[in-house]
Design a protein around this ligand. Sequence first.
Ligand code: UD1
Length: 419
Amino acid sequence: MESFVVEGGRRLEGSLRVDGAKNAALPILAACVLTEDEVTLHGMPDITDVHRMTDILCMLGCSVQREGHDMVVSGREMCRSEMPDGLSKQIRSSIFMLGPILSRFRQATVTYPGGCEIGMRPIDLHLSGLRALGVAVQEEGGVIHCDGAAMHAGEVHLDYPSVGATENVMMAAATLPGETVIHNAAREPEVADLAAFMNACGARVAGAGSAVITVTGVRRLHGAAYTPMADRIVAGTLLAAAAITGGDVCLTGAPAGHMHAINAKLREMGCDVAEDADVIRLTSPVRLRAFPLLQTQPHPGFPTDMQAQMLALLTTAQGTGVVVENVFENRFTHAGEMNRMGARILCAGRTAIVHGVSRLTGAQVTARDLRGGAALVLAGLAAEGETRVDNAAIIDRGYERLERQLSALGAEIRREHAL
Ligand code: UD1
């Protein structure tokens, strides 16, 4: 097992370029199988979730070449419509393969996906969306068989604007003759990025980024070269790291236009956040002040993937702040770990109340989910003494060598292998 060891108390300063977005890269990789032609992807984040997705593509018979942050994917030789069981359980995004495989083979078999332990994360919305397109779904023993022989374009209404379900239906509909309309679609910018990629491959997707998406089926998709959008959550995490250390950091290549909710909260805490095109500069006060309330919501509300990092900021802020997690039902596992560092957080159901303390102290803590793990690293940056965050692997799922990024800004952090 690997851990991050953080020596707290260093003020972060400097400039860093933001990586490509995990949540754009993963569905885009899945969408590569919509075409038999070669797809070239630039600026792909070097994170383990992308590695696992690549493994899945290879197991299905695709060829994937990677050089640095560039990837070339070819689905020409793809031969299987069954998802490998072990890998599906390791990564929730494996469910994204359902739509593209159905589009390609008109049948697909997947096992229930895995992912972070942040809630039940059912896939009923994915399945009901596909059923609305004429897919016959049979579930038995944790395996889902989808028969798409009678697939057709149609009207899909999602009971909740699920990001993954929206993306799956969009991909499944790409080659269905006629017009598919997705109502109550997720409005996350990564959904729009997937649509832009699909359109670069010849698909006809309109309205992505709004609550109504129209997919006009085309006969076939072709290859393309594409660069996924930058990661707003990685950017937000780095800004939060600067904020918790009283720092002054500049991010380049940042998706500033999609970070209003995050930047507004940072300003509420007393940070100066200046945006200029794709550059964001954050200057932090000596001590942050608590915001009264943060509620996570689907986009354009405050992103659940930044909740844990904001909770970390509250731990040492002046005053008391309340955080309500509306998207996932079990996303406060980091709170107990932060309390081991001297934080004062009370959790009840989906609500956390954080009383800011004047200092945290280093401790040995465990990362239990991706963003919660990153938040523990942030707490470590602000704590007195040494903090050891165990289970670094879960953080590597979504951050490319976080220790290097933070070190580049002046943090004292290293990766250690457990003895
Ligand atoms: C995506 C992101 C994840 C982010 C989340 C919410 C990727 C790879 N992951 O996950 O980082 O935290 O959006 O912004 O893009 N739900 C159901 N039934 C379903 C599907 C979802 O009840 O069929 C529920 C989930 O349990 C959850 C909520 O809907 O409570 C939101 O999930 P969803 O938007 O689907 O998130 P993901 O696509 O899994």
